[in-house]
Design a binder for this molecule. Structure first.
Ligand code: B12
Length: 253
């Protein structure tokens, strides 16, 4: 088991010691950052401080130094968002600070997006993606989109606050076989189920495979609302999309 002193970066060490109180979360954070290389910890520290210029610069340097975009995404950017999320939940920081962190996250994502979205493989199919009605969180959805594009999927991004009608119109217009919905709020999660019901009412449910995700979503919730699949992270989202496409092709035969 990793120890706090295994983490190189002083700011990360003090953030964990000062703000991460729950033993399970503390152990998870120590484990995550202890295995991240120092340059990734530096990116995380800059993101936690909401320093978008520094994240921009450090991400560019890391890529120039040969670190992969996927490692930067996982060990630099997403890892840092874990600490930001806990501090937000525990009222240590508030919306303006989180917005600064989100801006810093986007500054890093701007560098890794072209790389992760670059695909040398033939088209795997069309996916419509959006964050559900009432929900403005888009960082996780955007990461999923980057990796989907990188895996060869064509993605129509409907952005945030997407109504059932907008999802239906986009699926119909693009004849998309796959739809992905993201929700980060417990209050907006039910809008995923409502959208699935809207597809049933429009007699379109059999035409599209529906996948769902977002921090509060679980496999159980996905099953209950009648989704075809749930993915816990962006890598799982791509695996799921591939699996659902194969299942669809089999059922078309
Ligand atoms: C950043 C953030 C914000 C930013 C959003 C900026 C942006 N452009 O996205 C801002 C400041 C705007 C914000 C606002 C609010 N937020 Co907020 N926010 C967060 C925070 C800290 C991080 C979310 C994030 O980006 N995580 C990092 C990404 C990479 O993870 P992710 O989104 O989970 O995505 C991954 C997976 O879930 C999966 N995935 C995601 N989507 C999909 C889709 C599919 C199909 C698949 C397969 C997989 C998948 O893959 C992704 C990549 O690995 C979370 C805390 C947390 N623990 O989640 C709170 C959090 C979600 N927010 C919360 C709240 C309460 C709010 C506000 C109501 C606060 C307020 N009082 O105004 C508002 C709501 C605004 C609205 N209407 O949406 C609460 C929700 C609590 C709840 N029970 O519902 C949280 C949990 C914080 C807390 N209190 O603990 N927030």
């Amino acid at each position: 088991m990793a120890q706090i002193d295994d983490i190189d970066n002083e700011l990360i060490r003090s953030e964990i010691e000062e703000f991460i109180e729950r033993p399970d979360e503390r152990a998870r954070m120590i484990e995550t950052f202890a295995r991240a290389r120092p340059s990734m910890q530096e990116i995380s520290a800059a993101l936690i401080e909401g320093e978008d210029d520094d994240v921009d610069e450090l991400t560019r340097k890391a890529l120039d130094g040969g670190i992969t975009a996927l490692e930067i995404m996982d060990d630099g950017l997403i890892a840092a968002m874990g600490i930001v999320g806990i501090k937000f939940r525990d009222n240590i920081i508030f919306v303006p600070e989180v917005l600064a962190c989100a801006r810093a996250m986007k500054a890093g994502m701007a560098h890794i997006e072209p790389i992760l979205s670059e695909s040398g493989v033939p088209s795997q199919g069309m996916v419509v993606m959006g964050t559900v009605k009432g929900d403005l969180h888009d960082i996780g959805k955007n990461l999923c989109i980057m990796l989907l594009r990188g895996a060869g999927f064509e993605v129509i991004d409907l952005g945030v606050d997407t109504s059932s009608d907008e999802f239906i119109d986009a699926v119909e217009e693009h004849q998309a076989p796959l739809l992905g919905m993201s929700a980060l709020l417990t209050t907006t999660m039910p809008n995923m189920g409502k959208t699935i019901e809207a597809f049933i009412d429009a007699d379109l449910r059999d035409d599209v495979q529906i996948m769902v995700g977002g921090a509060p979503v679980t496999q159980e919730f996905a099953d209950d609302m009648g989704a075809d699949g749930y993915g816990a992270d962006a890598v799982a989202c791509v695996e799921l999309a591939k699996r659902l496409m194969v299942e669809r092709e089999r059922s078309d035969d």
